[in-house]
Design a protein around this ligand. Structure first.
Ligand SMILES: NC(=O)c1ccc[n+]([C@@H]2O[C@H](COP(=O)([O-])OP(=O)(O)OC[C@H]3O[C@@H](n4cnc5c(N)ncnc54)[C@H](O)[C@@H]3O)[C@@H](O)[C@H]2O)c1
Ligand SMILES: NC(=O)c1ccc[n+]([C@@H]2O[C@H](COP(=O)([O-])OP(=O)(O)OC[C@H]3O[C@@H](n4cnc5c(N)ncnc54)[C@H](O)[C@@H]3O)[C@@H](O)[C@H]2O)c1
Lengths: 203, 203
C-alpha cells in the first residue's frame, strides 16, 4: 500500500507532466519539486515507488514517467459511481461531461422527492432511494457521491456502505462515520470561499 | 501580513473550536494539533500570531480563543461577490443558502446566453456580461466567482481584474494569469474524485 499523501503527489506529478509541451523530453526532480512547491529530495523519495529511473544530470524521461504513473494510478480503468441527492449540486455534477473524460461514469442518481424520481438529469436516470442497494450490487459500483442535506448524510452513507461501495465522495458539511475499509473524501466547497475572503481582506 | 498557510490553519482551529461541546472550556495545543494532524509545536508557533495566551498545563480558553480568531479572520464582515457563468455549476452555487450563513452575499450573476439574461437563479438576477464592470464598481464587490467554460475563463478574469475585484474564485480547469494584488483560489472539484478513485482502487 502506497501512503495516501504519496499517491496524491504522484497524481500531481502526472498532471504536471501532462501539461508540459511535447518538445520537453526530460524533467529534473527540481522541476517537479518546484511545480508542487516541495523539495527535490521529497520528489526523489516519491520516485522510489516508481520503476522509471532518472539519469544523473538529465533527470526523468517525461513520456515514460508519465505513462508509467498513468498505469500505476490506474487512470485508464473505468470506474462506476452513483449519486444520492439530485438537487442543485447533485444535478450540476451528474450532468458534467468532465467526468467521462476521466473514465468516471455516473450510472444513476437517487432521491426521495417524488417530483424528481422518474426524471433524468442529462442522460442520468433519477431512481427511488429504495432501489439504491439492489442497483449498487447489480452494477459493480465503486463510489457513492453524497449531495443530500447534512441531516440525511449519515443515513445515506450507511446505505451506501451496506450496499458494498468502497468509497464515498461527500459534499454534505458533516463528518461521516464509516468502517475502516471504506474510503471517504469530504469536499467542503464553502471552505474555499472562506479562505479566499480571509486572504483578500488581509491584503 | 500573516502567511497564507498560517491563516488557513487559524481558520481550521476556529472550525474545530466551534465544533466542541459547550462544557469543554480548555483546549491544549496537543488537542488542536491532533484535530489538524500536525504537531503541538506548530500549533504553539501559530498561536504567537494571536493575543490569547495559553496557561501552562491548562491550555487555551476555548471561548476566548474562538472569539479572538473570529475577529482576527474578520468572519463577521459581510463580503459581496458576483458570479460569472450562470450554467449548471454557477446556478447551484448562486442558489446555495450556505453562503449567507457565512456573510457572503452573491449580488448578481452574469452570462452571455440571451436565454439566461433577464432571468433569476433563486433570488440572484442574471445580467448581461456587458454590465459586469459598471456593476462591480458601483457595488463594492470583493470577489468574482468564475463558472464559465475553460475557453472563456482568462477573458472573464481580465474583466474582473479591470473592474477592481480583489479576489477570484475559479472553478474552470485552467490556471489564470492575474496581477500580484489579486488573490486567486482554484477549485478543482474533479481532482477530488480522481484522488478518491486512486485510493479506492489501491485498497
Ligand atoms: N449547492 C451548492 O452550491 C453547495 C455547495 C456546497 C455544499 N453543498 C452541500 O451539498 C448538499 C446538497 O446541496 P444542494 O444545494 O444540492 O441541496 P438541495 O436541497 O438542492 O438538494 C438536496 C437533494 O437531496 C434529496 N434528499 C434529501 N434527503 C434524501 C435522502 N435521505 N435520500 C435521497 N435523497 C435525499 C432532496 O430531495 C434534494 O433533491 C448539502 O449538504 C449542501 O450543504 C451544496
Ligand atoms: N458542472 C460541474 O459539476 C463542474 C464540476 C467541475 C468543474 N466545472 C467547471 O465549471 C465551469 C462551468 O461548468 P458548467 O458545468 O456549469 O458549464 P455550463 O456550460 O453549464 O455553464 C457555463 C455558462 O457560462 C456561460 N458563458 C460562456 N462564456 C461566457 C462568457 N465569456 N461570459 C459570461 N458567461 C459565459 C454560458 O452561457 C453558460 O451559461 C467549467 O469550466 C467546468 O469545467 C463544472
Amino acid at each position: 500500500m502506497i501512503p495516501w499523501v504519496v499517491l496524491e503527489r504522484l497524481f500531481l506529478y502526472y498532471t504536471y507532466l501532462e501539461s508540459l509541451p511535447p518538445e520537453v523530453e526530460w524533467v529534473s526532480s527540481q522541476m517537479l519539486g518546484d511545480a508542487l512547491g516541495i523539495s527535490g529530495d521529497l520528489v526523489r523519495k516519491d520516485m522510489t515507488y516508481c520503476t522509471t529511473k532518472g539519469k544523473p544530470r538529465q533527470g526523468y524521461p517525461v513520456g515514460q514517467l508519465r505513462d508509467h504513473l498513468r498505469e500505476m494510478l490506474k487512470l485508464d480503468l473505468p470506474v462506476n459511481a452513483v449519486l444520492v441527492g439530485a438537487g442543485r449540486l447533485g444535478s450540476a455534477l451528474a450532468n458534467y461531461p468532465g467526468f467521462r473524460r476521466h473514465n468516471m461514469h455516473i450510472l444513476a442518481a437517487f432521491d426521495v422527492d417524488p417530483a424528481k424520481v422518474g426524471t433524468h438529469v442529462g442522460d442520468v436516470p433519477v431512481l427511488p432511494i429504495t432501489e439504491l442497494e439492489s442497483f449498487v450490487t447489480r452494477n459493480d459500483v465503486c463510489c457513492g457521491i453524497i449531495t443530500v442535506p447534512a441531516s440525511s448524510a449519515q443515513e445515506v452513507a450507511d446505505m451506501l456502505v451496506r450496499s458494498g461501495v468502497r468509497s464515498i465522495w461527500n459534499f454534505a458539511p458533516v463528518s461521516l462515520r464509516v468502517p475502516h475499509h471504506v474510503v471517504v473524501r469530504n469536499e467542503n466547497i464553502i471552505e474555499g470561499f472562506i479562505l479566499l475572503r480571509i486572504q483578500a481582506l488581509e491584503q
